[in-house]
Structures are given as structure tokens and as C-alpha cells.
Design a protein around this ligand. Structure first.
Ligand code: URA
Length: 242
């Protein structure tokens, strides 16, 4: 037996928080009856209807590694009609969702899955997975600014201490710079906020790696299945960070 909101989220229909709202709003029926409590537990034999639609049965777990192009948002749908990352996935019979978020204009490594537990585990703040970004910034960093970056920049009262800060390329004519920047945390727009705060706005952003994974073998917009070894290793990251 699982909690109703978890089952709805795992089916890829929406997030767990939104599922809770749907339940509280009386939009969810179990075996024909509206359920408005969050504690209800269900199993496979229960008929669940969300917003008038039967909840799809999920038995097969899928895990994709995508090289995200710019111009796609990490959401299941968009009010502004922009393209969403799941548009890039051919098999529409299994509803997947992104693990964490990359901005509309960010490219690079994104994991998509229909395994809610796996997604929650990877996105949990206690999970110290290193993400490496290739950041093109406006302006050239001074030695003091590099020192400040390495020391950690305060964003909303929480210091962002990078695992890596390395200048990869300087363009003295254009006055732009490419910086390799590693972090473990995953707050929204965090890399842009760090560089904005030292007055070097981000011009281009690519996530190059996530723990041991990279997208070097994938063209932009291409994806592949994660192999069982990779899935196992990702699941084991939780144990490593305790
Ligand atoms: N940090 C950002 O600012 N944007 C991203 O897309 C990812 C991390």
C-alpha cells in the first residue's frame, strides 16, 4: 500500500505537492468516491481517477539521459506554449519527468524518469551529487573575485561553496570568460544567481556532468537509456552521502 499522493506522482501525472493539492481540492476519486484526505493508502487494485481521467498504470520504470537543447522548459506543460523537454522523448506511452530543473536557455545533462522514488532521492537536498557546469560569463574575473567565488557566495543566507572553479578560456577582445563551476546544491537558477551577484551575468550555461555521468556521447537533443549499472550507481549515491 502506498500513499495516494505518491501513487499519483509516481504515475508521472504531476508532482507530489500538486497531487496533494488535487486531493484537497476534491479532484481525486478512489473506487468512485472522492477522497480529500492526504493519509489514504491505495494499491494496484484500486481504481484512481484524477481530474476525471483514470490514472495510468505504471509498471515499467524508464531512465533517460538527455543532452538538453536550449529553448525547452523542464516542466510537464507550459502556459506560455513553450516546448517542454518531454517533447524530445519519442515513446509517449510512458510519462516521464525531469529530475531537477535546467533553465529554458540552459543546455546539457538532464535525467528523465518515471521512477518517483529515484527522482526524489536524487533531488533531495541531502544528496550531495556534484554537478559540473560550463559557464560563459560577461567580463573577466579578477583574482579577488575568483577567491570570493571559491570561498562561497551567499545566496538568500545560504553559502554556495563550489566544488570546482576553473577558468577554461578567456576572450580578451569580447571580455567574456568560460568557467568550469562545480556545485552540489540544486536551487533554481543557482549558477546564474551566483555570477549575477558578483556582476558577471551568465551568457551561456551548459551542465556537463552529474556525478559520474556526462553527455559527451550525445548530440544536443539526443537521449539514451541509462544502463542498469549506471542506475545502480546513482541509487548508491544516497548511501554515500549519509
Ligand atoms: N543554475 C542555473 O542558474 N540554471 C540552470 O539551468 C542550472 C543551474
Amino acid at each position: 500500500m502506498e500513499r495516494l499522493q505518491k501513487v499519483i506522482a509516481n504515475a508521472g501525472v504531476t508532482s507530489r505537492r500538486k497531487a496533494e493539492e488535487l486531493i484537497l481540492d476534491g479532484k481525486v476519486k478512489v473506487n468512485g468516491k472522492v477522497v480529500t484526505e492526504l493519509g489514504v493508502k491505495v494499491d494496484d487494485s484500486d481504481a484512481i481517477v484524477v481530474n476525471g481521467k483514470p490514472l495510468p498504470k505504471v509498471d515499467k520504470k524508464v531512465y533517460y539521459l538527455l543532452n538538453k537543447p536550449s529553448g525547452y522548459i523542464c516542466s510537464l506543460s507550459d502556459e506560455k506554449g513553450r516546448k517542454v523537454v518531454t517533447d524530445l522523448i519519442e515513446d509517449k506511452s510512458i510519462r516521464v519527468y525531469p529530475v531537477g530543473r535546467l533553465d529554458y536557455d540552459t543546455t546539457g545533462l538532464l535525467i528523465l524518469t518515471n521512477d518517483g522514488d529515484f527522482a526524489n532521492m536524487l533531488s533531495h537536498p541531502s544528496n550531495n551529487v556534484e554537478k559540473l557546469y560550463r559557464v560563459t560569463i560577461d567580463g573577466l574575473l579578477t583574482a579577488d573575485e575568483i577567491y570570493a567565488l571559491k570561498d562561497g557566495i551567499d545566496i538568500d543566507g545560504v553559502k554556495v561553496v563550489p566544488t570546482r572553479v576553473k577558468i577554461k578560456k578567456r576572450n580578451l577582445n569580447k571580455k567574456t570568460e568560460i568557467v568550469e563551476f562545480g556545485i552540489v546544491e540544486g536551487r533554481n537558477h543557482i549558477v546564474k544567481r551566483v555570477f549575477d551577484s558578483i556582476n558577471h551575468p551568465v551568457l551561456k550555461l551548459k551542465r556537463e556532468s552529474y556525478a559520474f555521468l556526462n553527455v559527451n556521447d550525445l548530440q544536443i537533443g539526443q537521449y539514451r537509456d541509462l544502463n542498469p549499472k549506471e542506475i545502480k550507481k546513482l541509487k548508491e549515491l544516497k548511501k554515500d552521502t549519509k
